[in-house]
Ligand binder design. Structure first.
Ligand SMILES: Cc1cc2nc3c(=O)[nH]c(=O)nc-3n(C[C@H](O)[C@H](O)[C@H](O)COP(=O)(O)OP(=O)(O)OC[C@H]3O[C@@H](n4cnc5c(N)ncnc54)[C@H](O)[C@@H]3O)c2cc1C
Ligand SMILES: Cc1cc2nc3c(=O)[nH]c(=O)nc-3n(C[C@H](O)[C@H](O)[C@H](O)COP(=O)(O)O)c2cc1C
Length: 819
């Protein structure tokens, strides 16, 4: 292979000047050829008589064609050939949707093809969600679509006009020696790329075959809105994603679970039979129009696919570069595969033509930039894919909430995004939420986070909570003035519920010497002072979190060194098994039955003391690898008796403790339990499915709320961090087990809270770190969202009013700037 170095000259070909955002022509050349370098530096460089770069694009999909166009725009002298296995005009699929941003990108890159494409766009604004006999319509979504066939025709014409050689009915074999004659081989051969699969190790290919079945059909029925049609049948749920992409044609993708698909007998049907079955199923949406397939090359059930999510660690090997779907895919429900392919093509052409950039450096930049985009999109696409795969989790929702959940499924669209798109619709959702939260008593149109929440006889003023946070500031377990100010201030800050830090049931059950406790009268007096202040000066309720540290006990305070043993004065620790937290931590003593009795009784005593203090609620801490969590997780629990082994056995002792606490706590007062819904250890630890069982087991013992945290149960965990990263576990437990849940973990914007609550992913949201630096997080959110009915301590009313005014002014100024 020839050594390739590409670089720009600063003169554009006259025919291309209009088409280029900046006049750039690339030239393959040897950078060491001094005259040319000098010429280039002067900006006077003419086309070289050297052979141009010879490029083969495998596949005439959007990626291959658009890359060929983009390269030619930069250097007309390149020799570019595109090889396509199908005949011209034969393609799979129907329409594709674009975003405004993609249009901007392609317009900047090639105004000529962009104009032809945008002239033919079908535009629509509404999304219709048909569910349980209702059609929920929301507006302002602004889609644009075009037929895939038409898009490819436009790109083919443009490529030909620029001098690209197109070869149709040309199946390419990666083993063919002729590819060595090309400087670059662009593997734009789609999701089933033979060129990628010929070197799986070199590319580090990762394929995730998703659960649902789908088929990409077309119809002459013109859908004026992007339409989701969900149908419940005797075989399960089946649904269609439909949208218009031409004046007389719509895409109609049918999707269902594999179980439903088999139960329908789609696996045994010919393509015609399957289409007839779908026409019957969706007859009321089709108004007599036919469904059509253009996957004629696929026989029978083969036209149905399982989506394959492709990821590659590396995007090039030798002279082969992956582009578009060959390198990565994003589920069709986020409609971004074509956008990715086109934007990849632009970036690849850019880096290949950067002055003085070696091929290696060009590839590094291409992969680094595009991979970030791909990861972001694949993340949203995964959320969206999973939403459809777990559809039955949400089918108990009322149609309005179902539609909200569908619209926010990828987490790219939030509550406030929906307000911008369709204020009236969003306010309808807010009214619905409040009505439901108040048993029909309230007609308020207000953010969901401010709606009340009832557990037994306890009514919370709103749905924001201060998550438990150890302050490591007590002496001998007694909370002091620090705690008085800390909890008092957070209660005045507007949250509906304030959790105490993990308060330990015995001296040896503490994590550190600074942990608060509940085992003597001094503790009762100190906590009573705090609880009384909270009740007298705020509308917040206060929940006592009780726990025992287990194997993670006898360690330094959090800010010195997390989980590190004390330099001296360590006390012996006990746990489910003799598994130490880490090699530097003590080996715990496995608990005997007598130990278990004694610790259970300590929890009960602490509950009674909590009642004496006037706490409104009790939470049992069974998360984060502490004593009870250590029983639940197989990573710490190695017992061979009835408390180890199966999940049922591992649950036995934590449930016994919970039941004893429940019996000691008044039946009109609620209790919650905090769990780690995953060990982040795959099937070796607690899984999300286990977490549903755990939640159900505690609910059977009288838990009113499952506080869904995750991880911190072993040192090897690899959590997947991000915004609201633990909320999917709350969603799963809430909607599969139908339990009240609280979500926690990197929820920090009011918009996060409202999106989670309105979508029914949790009943309460807990914020920990945001409350450390801003005790008044809830009041600030109320000011930001212009919600007036929040309780403000009278001493602070002036400040609240000023904050609200200033924020409003700022928002108006920002809006004026946007206009
Ligand atoms: C049901 C469904 C709906 C979708 N909806 C949308 C949407 O709304 N919006 C959107 O942006 N994207 C959508 N996509 C994704 C989109 O189709 C792809 O992401 C996009 O086509 C990727 O472009 P590409 O050029 O990389 O691959 P492709 O479009 O797959 O093109 C690859 C080409 O290579 C050819 N080829 C393959 N192997 C060989 C070979 N060995 N020799 C010669 N030729 C070969 C193929 O015939 C094909 O023409 C959807 C996908 C599906 C499955
Ligand atoms: C300083 C600090 C102390 C914490 N102590 C406790 C605790 O005592 N009990 C508990 O269940 N979780 C504790 N956590 C975990 C938080 O309650 C919360 O689950 C976690 O910080 C994630 O939420 P965030 O992203 O809002 O901070 C603590 C977190 C922090 C930051």
């Amino acid at each position: 292979m020839r050594d390739i170095r590409l670089s720009y000259s600063r003169t554009a070909m006259p025919s291309e000047r209009d088409a280029l955002s900046g006049p750039q022509i690339i030239q393959k050349r040897d950078l060491d050829a001094a005259p040319r370098v000098r010429a280039q530096q002067c900006g006077l460089w003419e086309l070289s008589r050297d052979p141009a770069v010879k490029i083969a694009c495998i596949g005439a999909g959007p990626a291959g064609l658009y890359f060929a166009i983009t390269m030619k725009l930069r250097e007309p002298a390149h020799e570019i050939e595109v090889f396509e296995r199908n005949a011209a005009g034969v393609t799979f699929g129907w329409g594709v949707v674009f975003s405004d941003l993609t249009v901007d990108n392609i317009t900047a890159n090639d105004p000529v093809s962009a104009k032809t494409i945008t002239d033919e766009f079908a535009h629509w604004d509404d999304i219709d969600v048909h569910f349980r006999g209702e059609c929920i319509t929301s507006g302002g979504h602004g889609f644009i679509g075009i037929g895939r066939k038409r898009l490819l025709e436009i790109l083919q014409d443009r490529a030909r006009a620029l001098g690209v050689a197109l070869h149709f009915e040309a199946e390419c074999d990666p083993g063919d020696p002729k590819w060595r004659d090309y400087d670059l081989v662009i593997a734009s051969d789609g999701i089933n790329s033979r060129f990628r699969d010929a070197s799986p190790e070199a590319f580090g290919v990762d394929v995730d075959v998703r659960a649902n079945k789908f088929v990409w059909l077309g119809t002459s029925k013109v859908f004026d809105a992007f339409t989701f049609a969900f149908e419940e049948t005797e075989h399960g749920w089946i649904w269609a994603h439909a949208y218009r992409f031409a004046p007389d044609c719509s895409t109609f993708i049918v999707e269902c679970s594999e179980e439903t698909w088999t139960s329908f007998g789609f696996d045994r049907m010919s393509q015609d039979e399957a289409i007839a079955a779908c026409e019957k199923l969706f007859a009321k949406y089709l108004d007599g129009h036919k469904l059509m397939s253009n996957a004629t090359h696929l026989r029978g059930s083969a036209a149905w696919l399982n989506f394959r999510r492709i990821k590659c660690e590396r995007w090039s090997t030798g002279n082969v570069i992956l582009l578009g779907d060959a390198a990565h895919t994003a589920h069709f429900s986020v409609g971004s595969g074509t956008k990715l392919a086109l934007e990849d093509a632009i970036k690849l052409a850019d880096v290949l033509n950067r002055t003085g950039l070696s091929l290696e450096a060009a590839m590094d930049e291409y992969v680094a930039e595009r991979n970030l985009e791909v990861l972001k999109l694949q993340n949203s696409a995964r959320n969206s894919t999973e939403w459809f795969e777990t559809l039955e989790r949400y089918t108990h929702f009322e149609p309005l909430q179902f539609a909200y959940s569908l619209l926010t499924r990828s987490q790219r669209i939030s509550h406030e995004n929906l307000r911008l798109r369709d204020r009236e619709w969003l306010e309808g959702v807010e009214r619905w939420f409040w009505k439901r939260a108040t048993d029909g008593q309230s007609n308020k149109t207000a953010p969901p986070m401010f709606a009340p929440f009832q557990m037994r006889e306890l009514r919370l003023e709103n749905r924001v909570t201060v998550s438990p946070m150890a302050m490591y500031s007590a002496v001998d377990g007694t909370p002091n003035d620090f705690h008085f100010v800390h909890y008092g201030e957070r209660a005045m800050g507007g949250a509906g519920l304030v959790f105490t830090e993990m308060t330990c049931v015995s001296p040896e059950g503490r994590i550190s010497p600074g942990c608060t406790g509940m085992w003597n009268e001094e503790h009762v007096a100190a906590w009573t002072r705090i609880v009384d202040f909270v009740h007298a000066n705020s509308k917040a309720r206060i929940c006592l979190q009780l726990g025992h540290s287990g194997a993670k006990g006898s360690t330094r305070v959090g800010w010195e060194e997390d989980n590190a043993p004390l330099p001296d004065g360590n006390w012996p620790v006990m746990a489910a098994s003799d598994v130490s937290w880490s090699p530097v931590n003590q080996m715990p003593q496995p608990m005997t039955r007598a130990d278990m009795d004694s610790v259970r009784d300590q929890f009960v005593t602490a509950v009674r003391m909590g009642l004496e203090c006037g706490f409104d609620m009790i939470e049992l801490h069974a998360a984060h690898g502490y004593l009870l969590s250590g029983f639940l997780t197989p990573l710490q629990n190695r017992r061979t008796d009835e408390y180890g082994g199966s999940l049922e056995n591992r649950l036995r002792y934590p449930l016994e403790v919970f039941a004893a606490m429940r019996a000691a706590w008044p039946s009109d007062k609620p209790m919650s339990v905090r769990i780690s819904a995953t060990d982040w250890a795959g099937d070796n630890g607690i899984t999300a499915d286990d977490a549903v069982e755990i939640g159900e087991a505690f609910a059977r013992e009288g838990a009113d709320l499952i506080d869904v945290s995750a991880g911190q149960t072993w040192t090897g965990a690899q959590p997947v961090y991000g915004r609201m990263f633990q909320t999917p576990f709350s969603d799963k437990i809430r909607n599969e087990a139908r339990l009240a849940t609280m979500a926690v973990g990197n929820i920090y914007e009011p918009d996060h809270a409202n999106s989670i609550l309105a979508a029914g992913r949790a009943d309460l949201v807990a914020l920990a770190r945001p409350h450390l630096i801003d005790p008044f997080w809830t009041l600030r959110a109320a000011a930001q969202l212009d919600y007036r009915d929040v309780h403000v301590p009278p001493q602070y009313l002036n400040g609240m009013a000023q904050l609200a005014r200033n924020l409003k002014r700022e928002a108006e100024a920002a809006a004026a700037l946007r206009v």
